[in-house]
Design a protein around this ligand. Structure first.
Ligand SMILES: CC(C)(COP(=O)(O)OP(=O)(O)OC[C@H]1O[C@@H](n2cnc3c(N)ncnc32)[C@H](O)[C@@H]1OP(=O)(O)O)[C@@H](O)C(=O)NCCC(=O)NCCS
Length: 150
């Protein structure tokens, strides 16, 4: 299906828009807000790309792709769709766009994508399984570690 969304790197033109994204009630236990994520992006600046997710000119979400040079894996962190735009297929499409970006091997040659997802977040787990991610069996407290090989 034709993509409706675009990923734009976060820069001086759109970081305030990222700050203004909203999670739904109780969703802050599943993901860091973009404000916190962008602080981490500063620390890991040489191994990550934080993205604002747009539908046309409207920001609808945020996600970060980060490379682990020790494990030689790509990771998707802090995926979120603003509460106003959830349930419209945008989260699925945004993860597909991250996978396309990772296929361009922006940091290293790895074909492995890892992410962690709270086990009480079936909506997100469903998206990742639909896109081919598999439960690795590893756990990090309440988080399920999932992996896709591209
Ligand atoms: C998880 C999140 C990114 C999903 O984005 P989204 O745009 O709402 O997801 P989509 O619209 O692409 O929905 C994907 C699937 O979930 C289903 N779904 C939609 N709303 C749902 C709900 N409230 N409960 C359960 N499943 C739901 C859809 O039917 C769809 O399945 P299908 O394609 O098989 O029909 C978004 O809800 C979000 O930002 N949540 C808060 C932060 C978070 O949990 N991030 C994940 C960190 S791992």
């Amino acid at each position: 299906m034709k993509k409706q969304l675009t990923l734009k790197k976060v820069d001086e033109n759109n970081f305030i828009e990222c700050f203004n994204l909203n999670l739904g009630y109780g969703q802050d236990k599943f993901v860091s807000h973009p404000i916190r994520s962008l602080a981490q992006a500063y620390v890991y600046y040489n191994q990550c790309t934080p993205f604002a997710i747009y539908k046309d000119t409207t920001i609808i979400g945020y996600v970060m792709v980060i490379y682990d040079y020790d494990e030689e894996t790509y990771n998707i962190w802090h995926m979120m769709i603003d509460e106003k735009y959830q349930g419209k297929g945008y989260g699925t499409e945004a993860v597909e766009l991250c996978i396309d970006y990772i296929k361009s091997k922006p940091f290293g040659e790895s074909n492995d994508i890892i992410l962690s997802c709270n086990m009480n977040n079936p909506h997100a787990i469903h998206i990742y399984e639909k896109l081919g991610f598999k439960d690795t069996g590893e756990r990090d407290n309440d988080e399920i570690i999932m992996k896709l090989s591209i």
